[in-house]
Design a protein around this ligand. Structure first.
Ligand code: F6R
Length: 590
């Protein structure tokens, strides 16, 4: 949700900024821009389009200077136009600002400032450079002006700011949005994500809310929002841009789907003592609430099933953006389990912070090391699936499921048995890739003109139906709904007509007989049936075969063909599966 980068050092800044933005494009890709300082003034290029297009059109790499800021945008306030792209400047063009987040009181600020300042964009961000312009006239330094400015802002922000009046420094600050600084021998960086840093960055530090960093060529200093100096601990980066490559795959999404089995094994590498402690805490808690969004929420639904099935422990799942509305029932007897690949999703963070305030304990399942959610949780389990770049979550879903299986097994004192089984499943997932690939690709082409899909399943696979539908919607833009098979007849059946694809996840478990009856009801109305099952049934028009296994493990097997179907459907429809329209990977606005 907008990616920010800043660099101050000995090397030409522009090529470094562009390279970093390439690794931040998963956060936004509707516009891009960079600004540097050279010859005593801010030099700026920005435009609408993906970074590659803007880079080529404006020769971004050629901007002179050894200090600069860059931005990739995911529009919130103001349309996708060149004027709304970042960086933004003040009237004097001395200040350049890149921003991620939303300034809630931008209207009030703008109407106050408009008497004296010429606004050129429709963004909430633009109030910031104009406020800075005012405060710089009464401040000794850029950082002092930034502190005065942020005192006037309501909302959320990560900001990287520079001024041609003090061309040796960047000032950065954040509230409810991530920022991380990185040190290298030839200069220092600040970014929304350490994934943006080049391999030369050897030490990083995450910024907390209301901290300000002053970044110069050979030093980084930190201050509280009342101007007191603070020391921060630097750590080694957990991964860097060198790791992030498509290898020989045409898209990150396909590469990451192919990493599903590896992800299961990666997630299994945990401290067993920690898992057991967490399991005991979960069993002891009076109330367990999962909170998450999108794909992570569907993983949580599988978790809810597993906790109940394997440990007889009831839990509930609340969509993070709705969490606040249930705050009356949260107290110190509540244990919240927050799931988030990025660990930065604003809705999840918001829910977790509220729960913490009310005395609840927070456990989190997170992929990104040291992400905001991880840092604020009482206990964290890392997914260990490596960087996930495709905007659609794929391999991280398998990792989340694996951790939930492990917790549920630990809750029933059978962790070792569960680990053995998960290992077997990971091998099955791997073997099954080659079996169905062509089949699924053909199916995607065959259904490429269909615009409505219904995904149905029962029991533990219900969440997989929903996740399969979400994947298809995100990357192919076809309408899809996932639901419990038994729920169809309560309304949605009215939409089934000749040729409508119904994707039925129906392995041969105790739910099969009833699911088949529901499939029958759709087939009788002309639906085109795709069965995802270990057992052929003549009711299927198309059969996607999966191996047989003990029924609770089916989600790890059934999700893979659904991810592949979504991927191939995007390709068949001429869409870019890695960068679906209107979406971004890390959703840091509410
Ligand atoms: C779906 C997808 C989104 C995310 C959601 C939560 O493919 O990517 O629905 O799952 O935005 O993101 P995290 O897990 O980072 O909190």
């Amino acid at each position: 949700m907008c990616g920010l980068i800043g660099y101050c050092g000995e090397e030409p800044a522009a090529p470094l900024l562009v390279k970093a933005l390439q690794h931040l494009e998963y956060r936004g890709y509707d516009s891009a821009g960079i600004a540097t300082i050279a010859d005593g003034r801010v030099q700026l290029k920005k435009d609408v389009g993906k970074l590659g297009e803007v880079r080529q059109k404006h020769q971004l790499d050629d901007l002179p200077g050894t200090i600069g800021v860059g931005h990739v945008r995911w529009a919130t306030h103001g349309g996708v136009t060149q004027a709304n792209a970042h960086p933004h400047t003040d009237c004097t063009k001395k200040v350049a600002v890149v921003h991620n987040g939303i300034i809630q009181n931008h209207r009030e600020l703008r109407s106050r400032l408009e008497a004296k300042h010429a606004f050129v964009s429709e963004t909430d961000t633009e109030v910031i450079p104009h406020l800075l312009e005012e405060h710089l006239t009464t401040s000794n330094s850029l950082e002092q002006a930034v502190l005065k400015t942020t005192r006037e802002l309501e909302g959320s922000y990560a900001l990287v700011i520079m001024s041609s009046q003090e061309p040796e420094k960047l000032v950065a600050t954040c509230k409810d949005n991530p920022l991380v600084v990185g040190k290298s021998r030839k200069g220092n960086f600040i970014a929304s994500d350490d994934l943006a840093f080049p391999e030369s960055v050897t030490q990083i530090a995450f910024m907390e809310d209301d901290e300000t960093a002053v970044v110069v060529k050979d030093n980084i200093s930190f201050f509280t929002n009342d101007g007191h100096r603070i020391e921060k601990k630097f750590i080694e980066p957990s991964w860097n841009s060198g790791e992030v490559s498509k290898q020989n795959y045409p898209h990150f999404m396909l590469k990451e789907i192919m990493e599903n089995s590896q992800s299961i094994r990666g997630a299994m590498v945990q401290d067993k003592k920690l898992i057991t402690h967490m399991a005991m805490d979960i069993l002891r808690a009076k109330q367990i609430i999962f909170t998450a969004c999108g794909t992570s929420r569907y993983a949580a639904l599988v978790g809810r099933y597993l906790f109940s099935k394997l440990a007889g422990k009831f839990s509930d799942v609340i969509i993070s953006s709705e969490f606040h509305y249930f705050s009356d029932s949260i107290d110190k007897n509540t244990l919240v389990i927050a799931l988030s690949q990025s660990g930065e999703t604003a809705d999840v963070m918001d829910g977790a912070k509220l729960a913490k305030k009310k005395g609840a304990k927070i456990f989190s399942l997170v992929n990104r090391n040291n992400s905001s959610l991880a840092r604020m949780s009482d206990r964290v389990l890392y997914l260990n699936c490596g960087a996930e770049i495709g905007v659609a979550a794929t391999k991280s879903f398998s990792s989340q499921l694996t951790l939930l299986y492990m917790l549920a097994f630990a809750m029933s004192n059978r962790l070792d048995e569960g680990l053995e089984k998960l290992n077997e499943v990971s091998i099955m997932v791997e073997k099954n890739f080659s079996k169905n690939g062509k089949n699924i690709e053909e199916l995607a082409w065959r259904t490429k003109d269909k615009n409505d899909f219904y995904y149905i399943a029962r029991g533990i696979n219900f969440a997989i139906a929903s996740e399969g539908a979400l994947k298809l919607k995100e990357v192919s833009y076809a309408h899809a709904e996932g639901m419990p098979a038994g729920e169809l007849k309560h309304g949605t059946l009215a939409l089934i007509e000749e040729g409508v694809p119904v994707i039925a996840i129906c392995p041969s478990d105790h739910t099969l007989k009833e699911t088949l009856s529901n499939i029958e009801e759709t087939r009788a109305r002309g639906a085109f049936i795709v069965g995802i099952s270990d057992q052929y049934n003549p009711i299927f028009h198309e059969w996607i075969e999966i191996p047989s296994i003990e029924y609770i493990y089916y989600p790890l097997l059934t999700i893979v063909p659904l991810q592949l179907l979504a991927y191939h459907s995007a390709i068949a429809r001429g869409k870019d599966p890695d960068k679906p329209r209107n979406l971004a990977k890390s959703v840091t606005v509410k």
